[in-house]
Design a protein around this ligand. Structure first.
Ligand code: ADP
Ligand code: MG
Length: 137
């Protein structure tokens, strides 16, 4: 069993598709081990996305991620990191395969509905960013 971090981003929360996105995870072998709704400050968002700090889209990304509420989850299952990335689809929803979360719920490369950890190592770091051990079951 592996764990990964998922974030339902502000665009998807505003659209009211939290339940529809969670359904994709639960129907595909990813159990919700932890979950909370919160709003990131700009500092939180900048720290979370620090790896992208030199990219041209960093400022917009931080603005967007702190623009509204997000739902943060720990997903658990076999190959959870890769499984979640498959369910999410490509970063740019225009390139995301049919039936993926981003193809169905995202509008643009910036407002792309979900975040998912990209490796086991980053999953551990990202989970620890949001959750204490006693919040994960
Ligand atoms: P992913 O979320 O698929 O792992 P990245 O880690 O490359 O993608 O990028 C993090 C986030 O930054 C993306 O989900 C998206 O919201 C934003 N982003 C990435 N590339 C671009 C871009 N070229 N223009 C605008 N926003 C981008
Ligand atoms: Mg990424």
């Amino acid at each position: 069993m592996q764990q990964t971090l998922s974030i339902i981003k502000p665009d998807a929360v505003k659209k009211g598709v939290i339940g529809k996105i969670i359904d994709r995870f639960e129907c595909n072998g990813l159990r919700i081990a932890a979950m909370k709704k919160l709003r990131l400050s700009k500092d939180d968002a900048a720290k979370f996305y620090e790896v992208h700090k030199d990219r041209p889209f960093f400022k917009d990304l931080v603005e967007f991620m702190s623009s509204g509420e997000v739902v943060v989850m720990v997903l658990e299952g076999e190959n959870a990191v890769v499984k979640n990335r498959e369910l999410m689809g490509a970063t740019n929803p225009k390139e995301a395969a049919a039936g993926t979360i981003r193809a169905d719920f995202a509008d643009s490369i910036d407002a792309n509905a979900v975040h998912g950890s990209d490796s086991d190592e980053n999953a551990k770091i990202e989970i620890a960013f949001f959750f204490a051990k006693r919040e994960i079951f």
